[in-house]
Design a binder for this molecule. Structure first.
Ligand code: UDP
Length: 247
């Protein structure tokens, strides 16, 4: 499997279908795999925080959800084949899991969000086993953390969606994957709000014009802080290009 290096993070150069095939091969074999979908903001944070970088690179499957990674890969002369949006990846995993009797645990979101997501998922994929759910506001250490992990393992879920927001979810998964039994652990951020119907994906035109980020910014102006990191990210990509050219 070809990997594309963007600021030290190795992306899997896969199509949406190949990403789901790869993830499913782990579910079938039981060999645990963690999936992350870092965007430009997280790539930038990885440069600033070794803890975040360690968490991101400890994943087994790294998918480009966002224009930042795609833009950077192209600039670096190693274009990625396509954007694999985490929310679509999650939907495809649920579709396939429903077909072959695999089960899913939903972790994350505010109180009631996972329940609402589970209801919507159940009506879309009636055959999918949702083995349990828990909100994302718990003490991520000590007894409470252990109780949440025990609940996940007791549910015997094959797949765990972790939606605690980035980079919290990547750090939590890195710290706890050894105690978690699901074969596939996918860090999917705000996808749980989309599955719950609380947040809507951008209209198709925004997705086609590759401006989904702009739609999200218009809907949630507080995201401007994240967008402000983009010039720094672009500067660092240019630095990587320069270093490559010097070799
Ligand atoms: N969240 C959570 N626990 C926390 C912080 C956040 O479960 O301690 C949830 C939050 O309710 C939301 C998701 O994580 O459902 C974060 O979504 P956002 O779109 O901000 O993150 P991103 O997808 O950009 O990582």
């Amino acid at each position: 499997m070809q990997k594309i290096n963007v600021l030290g993070i190795l992306f899997d150069n896969v199509t949406k279908k190949e990403a789901a095939d790869l993830a499913f091969s782990h579910i079938e074999s039981g060999r645990q795999a963690v999936v992350v979908t870092p965007n430009a903001e997280i790539l930038e944070l990885c440069l600033e925080s070794p803890e975040i970088k360690e968490a991101v690179i400890s994943a087994d499957i790294t998918l480009p959800d966002g224009e930042g990674a795609l833009w950077a890969a192209k600039k670096l002369g190693t274009p990625l084949r396509e954007k694999v949006a985490g929310v679509e990846f999650g939907t495809e995993i649920m579709r396939r899991a429903a077909e072959c009797g695999k089960s899913l645990f939903l972790l994350g979101g505010k109180a009631g969000v996972a329940e609402k997501a589970a209801q919507n998922i159940a009506s879309r994929f009636p055959k999918l086993k949702i083995s349990g759910m828990h909100d994302g506001y718990f003490e991520r250490s000590g007894a409470e953390n252990a109780r949440v992990i025990a609940q996940i393992n007791k549910s015997r879920a094959d797949i765990l969606f972790v939606c605690l927001g980035a980079p919290t979810q990547e750090i939590w998964v890195r710290e706890n994957r050894g105690s978690l039994s699901p074969a596939l652990i996918a860090c999917l951020g705000g996808s749980i709000d989309v599955y719950a119907g609380n947040v809507h994906r951008a209209p198709k035109l925004f997705i086609k014009l590759r401006t989904e980020w702009l739609y999200r910014l218009l809907r949630e102006p507080k995201r401007i802080g994240r967008i402000m990191n983009l010039p720094k990210f672009m500067k660092n990509v240019k630095k990587q290009i320069k270093l490559q050219n010097e070799v």
